[in-house]
Design a protein around this ligand. Structure first.
Ligand code: PMP
Length: 361
């Protein structure tokens, strides 16, 4: 006999909530959670294993609580004159975002984001006891300064989460909007650049806005471009005082010695790790062009996925693809589905399967 949630003295504000639940099904073509579907290159994998082996010999000791070598690695990778004192990291950028909300949101406070956006934001806000407030986007999912600023002024949030480029829509975000939002709010502004490496090379990063803006943080992840989703490594850059705030809420030794060793070695091999980005971008653009040609309405994407509209019955199309061994994502936007750019073969499998389903309105 097992109890149900209702039998437990759960926090009242968690009652009725649903956990994050992207399906994890063992299908041959998995293009549903925006992973990098290219494995870590063999020579890098063996370099990483060497470092993990060294770390293993000292695993009887707690790891460096300040993960100094890793922070130096991220500072070097990000450039923009950043030093290790401006870097933070966690087990995925989800944990980094959780640290931010634990420090700056929490009970009685408000977290704001422009919907549709990353589905974990409301869960992270509510998990820390804060209130989630969803703002609106333009009809093409972009944000414009005047409207964004008006919504922020009205909501007066404690934390603003700006996903740039945005998940699940792929939409780019101009630095002018970020600057204007920062000027408008008294709160923290987080720019989530999980997909930044897939944006055009000349596209500026919000990292260039950090100087002189102590309430701004830019988060990144190794889960996407670095093909490191299973290792769970995310990071951010912000003013050193901001980093001090995160130290108040992190668990001691939250980044294991094995994680630190793996991430440091992966960063050392950044150019090889990132070698597949151009190929993924090419497959993304191929998806967009092909979807358009067969009658769907793909949205502009600066990420490794494409949101497409004009799907007559998303649930039925999702199921038909599933039955053909292709897993994509129904993100709950009417008439839309989202697909991750895979290898050339996976992308072909998706496009062929979709063509055989053939139900564009
Ligand atoms: N931010 C965005 C916008 C994402 O799409 C994701 C993953 N899907 C994350 C953060 C979290 O990624 P991770 O915890 O693997 O770094």
């Amino acid at each position: 006999m097992t109890a149900s949630l209702d039998d437990l003295p759960l926090r009242d504000d968690l009652r009725g909530m649903r956990p994050y639940g992207a399906p994890q099904a063992p299908l041959p073509v998995a293009l549903n959670v925006n992973e990098n579907t290219h494995p870590v290159p063999e020579q890098v994998a063996s370099d990483i294993l060497d470092d993990i082996a060294v770390a293993l010999h000292e695993v009887n000791r707690y790891p460096d609580r300040e993960f100094t070598t890793l922070r130096e690695g991220f500072a070097g990778y990000l450039g923009h004159g950043l030093g290790a004192e401006s870097i933070w990291a966690g087990n995925g950028s989800n944990e980094v975002l959780q640290h931010i909300l634990q420090a700056f949101a929490g009970p009685g406070r408000t977290v704001f984001g422009f919907a549709p956006t990353y589905s974990m934001y409301p869960l992270l806000a509510q998990g820390t006891g804060a209130r989630w407030r969803a703002g609106a986007r333009q009809s093409d999912y972009s944000l414009i300064v005047e409207d964004a600023v008006a919504q922020i002024a009205e909501a007066d949030p404690d934390v603003v989460l700006l996903c740039a480029p945005n998940n699940p829509t792929g939409t780019p975000l101009g630095l002018d909007v970020i600057e204007a939002v920062y000027e408008t709010t008294r709160g923290i502004v987080v720019v989530d650049e999980a997909y930044q490496e897939f944006a055009p090379k000349e596209a500026p990063s919000a990292l260039s806005l950090l100087e002189g803006r102590p309430r701004l943080a830019v988060s990144r992840t190794m889960s996407k471009a670095f093909a490191f989703a299973g290792a769970r490594v995310g990071y951010l850059a912000a003013d050193p005082a901001f980093i001090d705030a995160l130290r108040l809420v992190r668990l001691p030794y939250h980044l294991s010695a094995l994680t630190q060793a793996a991430a440091v070695a992966a960063l050392r091999n950044a150019p090889t790790m990132l070698a597949m980005v151009d190929e993924i971008v090419a497959q993304r653009d191929r998806i967009s062009a092909t979807l358009e040609a067969i009658g769907y309405a793909p949205h502009e994407s600066w990420t490794n996925f494409v949101l497409f509209g004009d799907v007559a019955d998303p649930a039925a199309t999702w199921r038909a693809l599933y039955d053909r061994g292709v897993l994509i994502r129904d993100v709950g936007i009417p008439g839309h589905l989202r697909v991750t750019a895979g290898t050339e073969a996976e992308t072909t499998a998706f496009l062929d399967a979709l063509a055989s389903v053939g139900s564009a309105v």
